[in-house]
Design a protein around this ligand. Structure first.
Ligand SMILES: *[C@@H]1O[C@H](CO)[C@@H](O)[C@H](O)[C@H]1NC(C)=O
Ligand SMILES: *[C@@H]1O[C@H](CO)[C@@H](O)[C@H](O)[C@H]1NC(C)=O
Ligand SMILES: *[C@@H]1O[C@H](CO)[C@@H](O)[C@H](O)[C@H]1NC(C)=O
Ligand SMILES: *[C@@H]1O[C@H](CO)[C@@H](O)[C@H](O)[C@H]1NC(C)=O
Length: 294
C-alpha cells in the first residue's frame, strides 16, 4: 500500500517539479553566466531557450539545426554576439551581461517527456573599476570582496597577464617573477591580492576573475582595479643633488687648499734661489743692498 502510494507521489510530484523548476541567478554587469540544461543534446529532440516570449537559442538533438540570437529571431539584436550554445548539453552562455539582460529565461526540453525550467536572472550595476593611488614603497590590498568557496576558481590578472595559477600559486612564471619578485601575496581566505613595496612599474589594471559553478548554472565574475603608483623622485633627487653639491664644495675647498699650499711652497722655494742666483739673473737687476748684505 505504502509502496503504491510512494510511487504515485513520485509520479505526481516529478512532472510538477520539473515543469515549475525556477532558479534565481544574481549577476553584476560584465559577468558571464552559463545556464545549465542538465541534459545531453543527443538524448533530446529539441532544446529551446526563450527570453520572455522571444526564442533566443535552439538546438536539435541531431545538431541539424542550431541558432542563437538573431539567427533564431529578428527580435534578439539586444544580445548581439553575446550568446553561446554548448552543442553537447544545450546550455546557454550569456557573455558580458548588461542590466537589460535581466529577466526570465525559459528552457524548454522536448523529448519523450517534455520539461521546462525557468531562470530568473538579475543583473545589477556595479562601480566599474576600483581606484587605488599610492606612493612607491607603500603596500596595497586589492580586496576580492568575496569569501572563497572550495569550488571557486579565482584568477588574478595584471594588464591581461595571469599572475596567479592553480591552487593559489602566485607569480610562478619567469616574467611575473622578474616584475614582482616576491612582493605579491594572497590572502588565503579571500584571495585578495596584496602588493608590498610597490614600484612605479606596478601601475596598471589588475583584474580578478572568479568562476563558480553549481548544477544549475555557472558564473564568471570580474572585478577590476586600477592601480597608480607615483614615483617619489623629489626627495631622492634632491638628496642626491645635496650630496653632489656637498661633494663639489669639498672638492673645491680641497683644490683651493692644495692650490694655496703649492703656491706657498713655490714662493718659498723660489724665494731662496732668487737670492742665491741674483748674480746670474739677467732679468732682475742685482739688488746692491742684498749683495751688500750677503
Ligand atoms: C560543437 O561544438 C564544438 C566546440 O564548440 C565544435 O568544434 C563543433 O564543430 C560543434 N559541432 C557542431 C555540429 O556544430
Ligand atoms: C561589454 O559590454 C560593454 C558595453 O555593452 C562594452 O563596452 C565592453 O567592451 C564589453 N566587454 C567585453 C569584454 O566584451
Ligand atoms: C522521462 O521521465 C522519466 C521519469 O518520469 C525518467 O525516468 C526518464 O529518464 C525521462 N526521460 C528523459 C529522456 O528525460
Ligand atoms: C599596464 O597598463 C597600463 C595602462 O594601460 C600602462 O600604463 C602600463 O605601462 C602597463 N604596465 C606594464 C608593465 O605593461
Amino acid at each position: 500500500m505504502t509502496v503504491i502510494f510512494n510511487a504515485l507521489a513520485v509520479i505526481l510530484f516529478l512532472p510538477y517539479h520539473v515543469a515549475f523548476d525556477k532558479v534565481s541567478v544574481s549577476l553584476k554587469m560584465g559577468d558571464s553566466v552559463t545556464l545549465h540544461t542538465g541534459v545531453k543534446t543527443n538524448q533530446q529532440e529539441d532544446i529551446k531557450w526563450y527570453f520572455g516570449d522571444t526564442r533566443i537559442a535552439q538546438i536539435t538533438g541531431d545538431l541539424s539545426f542550431i541558432c542563437t540570437g538573431v539567427q533564431c529571431n529578428e527580435g534578439t539584436e539586444r544580445f548581439r554576439d553575446r550568446l553561446k550554445l554548448d552543442n553537447q548539453t544545450g546550455s546557454l552562455t550569456i557573455m558580458n551581461t548588461t542590466n537589460t539582460d535581466s529577466g526570465l529565461y525559459k528552457l524548454k526540453i522536448i523529448s519523450s517527456n517534455d520539461s521546462e525550467k525557468i531562470f530568473s536572472v538579475s543583473v545589477t550595476e556595479v562601480p566599474a573599476t576600483e581606484l587605488h593611488e599610492m606612493k612607491e614603497g607603500e603596500s596595497v590590498t586589492l580586496d576580492s570582496g568575496v569569501i572563497k568557496h572550495p569550488n571557486d576558481v579565482m584568477t588574478w590578472y595584471f594588464n591581461q597577464t595571469e599572475i596567479t595559477g592553480d591552487q593559489s600559486k602566485i607569480c610562478t612564471d619567469a616574467q611575473c617573477k622578474k616584475r614582482f619578485g616576491d612582493r605579491l601575496k594572497l590572502d588565503h581566505q579571500t584571495e585578495s591580492l596584496i602588493i608590498t613595496d610597490t614600484r612605479n612599474t606596478d601601475s596598471g589594471e589588475y583584474k580578478l576573475q572568479v568562476s563558480s559553478s553549481d548544477s544549475s548554472f555557472s558564473i564568471t565574475t570580474v572585478k577590476r582595479f586600477s592601480v597608480s603608483v607615483t614615483a617619489v623622485p623629489d626627495s631622492d633627487l634632491s638628496s642626491a643633488a645635496v650630496a653632489g653639491i656637498f661633494v663639489a664644495v669639498i672638492l673645491l675647498v680641497a683644490v683651493a687648499v692644495a692650490a694655496g699650499v703649492v703656491y706657498y711652497r713655490c714662493r718659498r722655494r723660489t724665494a731662496v734661489p732668487q737670492n742665491e742666483d741674483d748674480d746670474d739673473d739677467d732679468n732682475s737687476p742685482p739688488d746692491p743692498k742684498s749683495i751688500h748684505l750677503r
